[in-house]
Design a protein around this ligand. Structure first.
Ligand code: EPU
Length: 339
């Protein structure tokens, strides 16, 4: 039997720590509860949000509707041989705990995604990625339930239409599905991804010549802890903006003004530039704005310093967008979901 909390605080369910309320809050601990949720009139008739760890969301006001938090747990091996393992993970599992489980078992593929906040079910939504790996690299399929009909459906890799911080669940199928579980294929003889300069630096510091997945994970955790604020200490939602993809012509023009501007190749026509670099160049890094700020060690992250309101963060982000547009002719896109 589901417990419906009325006029409930969402403060502990969003990593920005916004003190907002939802008309109704429901915690889903067993996937069989989903049928009860979907049949409920409140769910059918009111606006609704499904959250996992609440690590990619900015609430600018109270939510008039139902917020369901997926907390379902379970990790099941579906198939296994000497080389690979196919594992189904329930959506409510905490992402980093799942990555640590893989490290303990010796299953490679997710070590570069250590310490990313959030839950397993949210990970395919925006194809989470870091240090040269994206979830699409180990993703097989996911099981989802339609938010209104309760029909269950498998989405294959292709159907998810993954892109940089993108999937079909942010586009054509937005707000239509509850992701119940995700199936991953992991390797017992993984090829490690360690091109990232900071990973190599950390391995060298520890004198590690033949690293394993645990060493890569340690390096990634150390790098993240040195740059990114811990949401338990300082409210934030990780990267607030996406790294913009711009035309090469614009990039070449900017390069003549800013010869050190970093970039990542995309294809013959486009390059990606780090939003953090643009924001820092424009002088925003570490800047305070009412009770929020641009993080002083990674300009891509906005932080809640005290009791910031969502609209203060929103206004800060809008000021940054306008300034970057004026200075670089680049329009930054927000990565977080704003309500
Ligand atoms: N940079 C600056 N100033 C800054 C931040 C970055 O000049 O304040 C420059 C760096 O010097 C570097 C470049 O920008 O040359 C890239 O910086 P970094 O390696 O920190 O990565 P990022 O592109 O800023 C992306 C992801 C992160 C992920 C890192 C590492 C996005 C939106 N963000 O950031 O993801 O951890 O790469 O792979 O793609 C997240 O999604 O929440 C997140 C933290």
């Amino acid at each position: 039997m589901l417990v419906w909390q009325q006029n409930a605080s969402l403060k502990s369910f969003n990593t920005f720590g916004m003190e907002v309320k939802a008309d109704w809050l429901v915690l889903i601990q067993d996937s069989s509860d989903l049928h009860e949720l979907i049949r409920d009139e409140r769910w059918q008739k009111m606006p609704r949000i499904i959250l996992g760890g609440g690590s990619n969301v900015l609430f600018t006001q109270d939510f008039v509707g139902v917020v369901a938090i997926l907390q379902t747990k379970g990790i099941a091996v579906l198939e296994e041989n000497d080389e690979e393992v196919l594992v189904e993970v329930e959506s409510g599992e905490i992402w980093h705990e799942w990555v640590m489980h893989c490290i303990e078992k010796g299953w490679g593929g997710l070590e570069n995604l250590s310490l990313i906040p959030g839950s397993v079910g949210a990970s395919p939504m925006q194809n989470i990625g870091a240090y040269g790996v994206e979830i699409k690299d180990v993703f097989v399929s996911l099981n989802a339930m339609h938010v209104v009909t309760g029909v269950e459906c498998v989405f294959t890799h292709e159907q998810c239409a993954f892109g940089y911080r993108e999937s079909v669940f942010k586009r054509a199928e937005k707000d239509r599905w509850i992701i119940k579980s995700v199936v991953f294929k992991l390797s017992k003889n993984p090829i490690l991804k360690m091109e990232y300069g900071d990973i190599q630096k950390r391995l060298a510091e520890r004198n590690i010549v033949h690293p394993g997945i645990a060493d890569i994970s340690e390096a990634v955790c150390t790098i993240r802890q040195s740059k990114l604020p811990d949401p338990k200490v300082l409210g934030n939602a990780g990267s607030f903006f996406k790294n913009p993809v711009i035309q090469k012509v614009l990039y070449q023009n900017l390069l003549s003004q800013y010869p050190t501007m970093p970039h990542y190749p995309v294809n013959a026509e486009y390059v990606k530039v780090p939003a953090g670099w643009l924001i820092e160049q424009a002088g925003w890094k570490g800047k305070k704005w009412e009770t929020c700020a641009v993080h002083d060690r990674q300009a891509l992250v906005l932080v809640n310093h005290a009791h910031a309101k969502g609209n203060e963060i929103w206004d800060l982000s809008s000021a940054i967008v306008a300034d970057i547009l004026e200075k670089f002719q680049i329009e930054l896109e927000r990565e977080v979901n704003v309500y």
